[in-house]
Design a protein around this ligand. Sequence first.
Ligand code: FAD
Length: 438
Amino acid sequence: CFCELKGNVDDCSCTVDTVDYYNNVKIYPRLKSLLQSNYFRFYKVNLHNECPFWKDVDFECAMKFCHVKSCEDKDLPLGFKGAAESPHSKYIKEAQTIGCQEDYNKELDFLNKSISEKQHQELKKWSEHDEAKDSFCVLDDDQEKAEYVDLLLNPERYTGYQGRSAHRIWQTIYNENCFKVQQSSNERSTYSSMMKKNVLEETCLEERVFYRMVSGLHASINIHLSANYLLPEKNSPLAAINSPNGNWGPNLNEFVKRFSPETTGPEGQKWLRNLYFAYLVELRAIAKVAPYLRTEDFYTGFEKTDKEVKLAVNDLLNVIETFPSHFDESIMFNAGSKKLKEEFREKFFNITRIMDCVGCDKCRLWGKLQTQGMGTALKILFSGKFEHNTFEISNGEHITEEKPQFKMRRSEIVALFNAFGRLSNSIYFLELFRNQLR
Ligand code: FAD
């Protein structure tokens, strides 16, 4: 079967079988349950931004299932309502208990008053500059039009988004925002023709990693729409479209059409392998940032459930840390490749901006979430803001702990876990399709 993948995942020392076992048995069930908690299901996003690259965005998605329903204040957990939401949830919690919000951080208040307004603006500008410098993705949760969306009520699934609009997005990503493909417009190749020329084999590790992550994400999206497809009701496709909730489930033919050698040549199998690669990169990012995540409150305003989420995250992190071989980011961007790293960051940043050009609300929502999650993973792996502390444990044996020196916004944590959850879900569904094809 074309989806029976063997050997090591490209550019990693870990086998596909190991990923299948760890994901399907250990990680997927834990993650699935965790992502249903209030902390992870509510995602704040601005779906109303204009496309920064072209004016004529085609909304090629006429189905009602493309629609995204945002939350009203009454639907939200206490901790996310109105002004109560803050990345410094610990302080807000204390403020609520002492009943005086303005007073909650006197030290900071003193600092703020002791510097002039002009200095304050200057400092703000520099801290924003510093943050932007390390960022691999656009975060829009603080924009005026950002709204909370309940991800469980707006699942990623088949929407019928296709044709010129969808192809323009993928083509812009591959042809203008991957490496080594900038050519004059009349000789601009499609990604497939580029593959035939084996351009990928000629690229360096960093460029391959970039392409494999994007292609892995693309494969994952296309597996999801095949796994959660609008199925005919009573053998009538029209009845399915008109039914209020739709009848959803796996569509093996759709999966085969998108990945089999008959339709994609040898590429389909490579795209599936890229899914495993993207998974290992995000897995490594979560393992790397685990010490930070263990200090998070996962605050939603309900003490009991927040504690349960903290325990569940800890349990998942323990499993992730026992995974035999993570992706090794230390081999990338060595000696003198500062410029390449900056180019890598800018290109990925641009991909997250292209998501505002997606002409289907549901696809835009999930496209944003997954690219923000991937961007967060890249920031964790490559911002270089980790302190290395080495401790002796026994008999001269040492361990090195990496302590992050940055803060993560709630939307980054939510996007990172949900994006990883999507890749995990795809690997799980791949097994299901594989079993049907056997
Ligand atoms: P496409 O998937 O559009 O691919 C275009 C070309 O890219 C292919 O012809 C092939 O040469 C190449 N290609 C395909 N897969 C890969 C890969 N993994 N790696 C490298 N190259 C590849 N549709 C939904 O129904 N639900 C969704 O939630 C959804 N979300 C989307 C999110 C985004 C950001 C985008 C851009 C599209 C989304 N779509 C979604 C549309 C979906 O991804 C396809 O574009 C659409 O179904 C048309 O598929 P296609 O067979 O024409 O090929």
